[in-house]
Design a protein around this ligand. Sequence first.
Ligand SMILES: C[C@H]1O[C@@H](n2cnc3c(O)ncnc32)[C@H](O)[C@@H]1O
Ligand SMILES: [Zn+2]
Length: 430
Amino acid sequence: MAESTILIKDAKLVFTGETKSVLIKDEIIAEIDDVISEENVDKVIDAKGMILSPGFVNTHTHLSMSLFRGLADDYDLDSWLNDYIWPIEANLNENYCYIGALLAAVELIKSGTTTFSDMYFYMEDVARAIDEAGIRGVLSYGMIDFADAEKRENEFRENISLYENCNGMSDGKIKVFFGPHSPYTASKELLERVRQEANKYNTGIHIHVGETQKEVDDLVESTGMRPFEYLESLGLLGPDVVAAHAVWLSDNEIDIIKKYDVKISHNPCSNMKLASGISPVAKLLENGICVSLGTDGASSNNNLDLLEEMKFASLLQKVDTLNPLVLPACEVLKMATINGAKALGLEDEIGSIEVGKKADLILLDTNSVNMTPDSSDLCSNVVYSANGSNVDTTICNGKILMENKKLTTLDEEEIYKKARIAIKELKEMN
Ligand SMILES: C[C@H]1O[C@@H](n2cnc3c(O)ncnc32)[C@H](O)[C@@H]1O
Ligand SMILES: [Zn+2]
């Protein structure tokens, strides 16, 4: 097959502020230089005045829940899940999850996210949607057994067949992890076996941990241990574990996270909206722990925009610690890029603009009121000033998924139509 080449000309690199051109050959960043010849290049993108950033990495999503945007606002986690979300999820099917994932993919591409890590149901249909969209994803099946042995067998069948059918799919852009939902929905037996299966398949684990005070109190009452202590006692923890939320942490749990090099996915908007609490992110970072960013699903957020998540992450820590110096813009941008890549075991492939890495890149337009004037620190423009409407171009694995703010792989109007029908049907069933 003939090589395809894209030249991004004269972009400002977000972390250094230098103006450079970047040559993409097939899926790889082949060259970064002051000037690169246009000869034999298939496509030239004139990026003068635009900011070039690594594509964002969202380490905790439930894509298909985009159908539930605005469905159950202003409840705490317990009531939100038990009274609203789980009842409507009981009526989900392949088609609804496929459409929900397409809807989410539109939002991810438009807001500059090129990689996500998802835990949900009907995941082969999610894989189909994101293969069409062209983004990179780590998929896991949300395993919940409530200590029922028959259910547990089913959950392993689901996650293992997802692995066997989808790991490596979409030119290697899709990977599969195990997805035990949480210490309060997954039994000890399930959690122990997840570690064995993750080792056997040489893959990672995606789990909700320490999200609410109630979760901690209930677990302490039933086991005498806090969530990370309990997971340590079951042998589940390791550097391949991405723990979403990690809001309620004791000092001992922070030591455990550090000891096992567990990766944290911080979800500030969801934690604020569900009134779950504030994760001690500044302290986790001080301890050298890898903290990345996630949005959670669009029902507890209510969007999948990592630009918004970055700003909230920074501001929330500043107000919590009463220290304006914590989580400066560049550090937060690293959380949304290279730390996300590390969390998903993809740091050799994505997360930074380097020769040899996959071309997962975005361009942000600066010719807009909220981006004028440029700060001397471009991370500041991106984290504190930008919003989704500033994302001009999204490239994943060397393929242009959006250019001049127009999607190339997905028909957004058609997807909105189908999503509106899907949620109407689901509400009627409920
Ligand atoms: C996969 C299951 O996880 C549920 N879910 C979505 N967001 C959260 C959250 O913040 N905490 C716990 N569980 C969550 C989702 O509805 C699926 O049932
Ligand atoms: Zn979640």
